[in-house]
Write a protein that binds this ligand. Structure first.
Ligand code: ASP
Length: 438
């Protein structure tokens, strides 16, 4: 058997019927088999499902049902564009069943954490997209088998940011996938989702489908993994913010990890490690121009210093803690502070420590800020914070780039190391960076 390849298609690539038809074209023209196709939820479905969870958790059930209904209609619209007015009965049933499962959750009053419900509800986006697309491909003579990724990817119960149980996943995924490949050469599955030992659904963090693809690539010793995007490859900045962003044809795993860690959203931060560990090249290619080479990421570091990259992470809370008894910030404080952040599942994006202050920047997620403010930390620390901040990171910057970036900004904090400059600034509503993320 040839080595497997893993393709990952993100939401933008399958946002409508035209996107799904384009995916079919790419799979037809790219004859490498065996192939695992990992697919995200269609278009902005995950964002829309997040709004369902938020309404449900705030007690606005009618709003939650209405929002869910809108998502259903959007999917039915795409299905009609693909299959015509008369849907295959079993596809119709499968789609209805997926929505019924969400409705069952919405019927109950929440008794568990927000993150738990988030995963049970938001995961339906990937189940819908893969169900529709697998059926469509089969209909168009691209024979494939669909598998529920929750039967492959086993995780702990850290909902919304689940950690993969590699031993269990290896055990399930390798045996299931290998026996499936005996029957057909293409397997379609969902990115982003997994399940706990008790079979509760989990998710791996936003944009986590890349990570799913990388896990499967690692476990099956893939020849390569390709992420199909709506950009020509890895750019040195988000082109919607910096229009003259340039393509980086090649960077190392190491540089890619740095960029994603700082917040480059083009690939999920956890994607690189499973690939690096098995030396599997990652390609980032455009689904709009599939023949173009895109970006290759591998172990070779020779090109890394060629590019200055810009990473913008919006919607930050900048929070500082100082001990009420005026003591130095020492190891004991740090373990208490980090412990609290870990307990609430809040990932810290930047840290600065001085004699009396511990300052962090983190993503402002619903309900988490309140949890920190109401925690026992406030007994021993004075807590000050700003919301609506923007974290800017420059990799390999020149002095003039830093100067340009600082110009006109209200800077709350800055840090500099040999290869990286970072600052937290007040987000400015007139700035394109701000508008893009609202
Ligand atoms: N659908 C999920 C998201 O939008 C996962 C993914 O696309 O990778 O974040």
């Amino acid at each position: 058997m040839n080595k497997v390849k893993v393709f990952k298609f993100g939401g933008a690539s399958v946002k409508d019927a035209t996107g799904v038809k384009n995916l079919l074209k790419i799979l037809h023209s790219n004859q490498s088999r065996p192939l695992i196709v990992v697919i995200s939820a269609m278009g902005k479905t995950t964002n829309a499902l997040e709004k369902v969870v938020e309404a449900y958790f705030s007690g606005d059930k009618d709003i939650a049902y209405n929002r869910l209904e809108k998502i259903k209609q959007d999917h039915i619209h795409i299905v009609r564009d693909l299959f015509g007015q008369h849907l295959p009965q079993d596809l119709n049933d499968k789609i209805n069943n997926l929505f019924v499962e969400v409705e069952w959750v919405l019927d109950e009053t929440p008794v568990k954490d927000f993150d738990f419900y988030y995963d049970q509800i938001v995961s339906v986006g990937e189940l819908l997209s893969t169900t529709i697309i697998s059926e469509y491909l089969n209909r168009k003579q691209l024979k494939n088998q669909w598998i529920d990724a929750r039967d492959l990817i086993k995780t702990d119960d850290r909902f919304r940011a689940a950690n993969v149980n590699w031993d269990k996943t290896r055990q399930y995924a390798t045996s299931v996938l290998k026996s499936m490949f005996e029957k057909s050469e293409i397997i379609v599955t969902q990115g982003f989702i997994g399940s706990t030992a008790e079979n509760y659904t989990t998710t791996l963090g936003r944009e986590g489908s890349d990570y799913t693809a990388a896990i499967l690539a690692n476990l099956l010793d893939a020849e390569e993994m390709i992420v199909w995007k709506d950009v020509p490859g890895l750019l040195n900045a988000d082109p919607k913010i910096i229009p003259d962003a340039i393509l980086m044809p090649h960077i190392s795993y190491k540089e890619a990890i740095e960029l994603t860690y700082y917040g480059a959203t083009v690939i999920h931060p956890k994607t690189i490690k499973p690939l690096q560990n098995k030396n599997i090249p990652l390609k980032v290619k455009s689904f709009l121009d599939p023949e173009a080479p895109g970006t290759i990421i591998d172990q070779n570091e020779k090109d890394d210093l060629k590019y200055s990259s810009f990473i913008f992470r919006p919607n930050q809370v900048l929070m500082s803690f100082s001990a009420r008894d005026y003591s130095f910030i020492a190891e004991g404080h740090l373990s208490e502070l980090f412990g609290t952040f870990a307990r609430f599942g809040v990932k810290i994006n930047l840290i600065q420590i001085s004699a009396l202050n511990f300052t962090v920047s983190f993503d402002n997620q619903p309900f988490k800020l309140e949890k920190i403010l109401q925690s026992s930390l406030q007994d021993s620390y004075k807590i000050l914070y700003n919301t609506d901040c923007l974290l800017i990171t420059l990799r390999h910057p020149t002095a003039s780039l830093i100067k340009k970036m600082k110009n006109g900004k209200e800077i709350f904090l800055e840090q500099r190391s040999r290869n990286t400059f970072r600052m937290v600034v007040k987000a400015n509503p007139d700035d394109p960076i701000y508008n893009k993320y609202q």
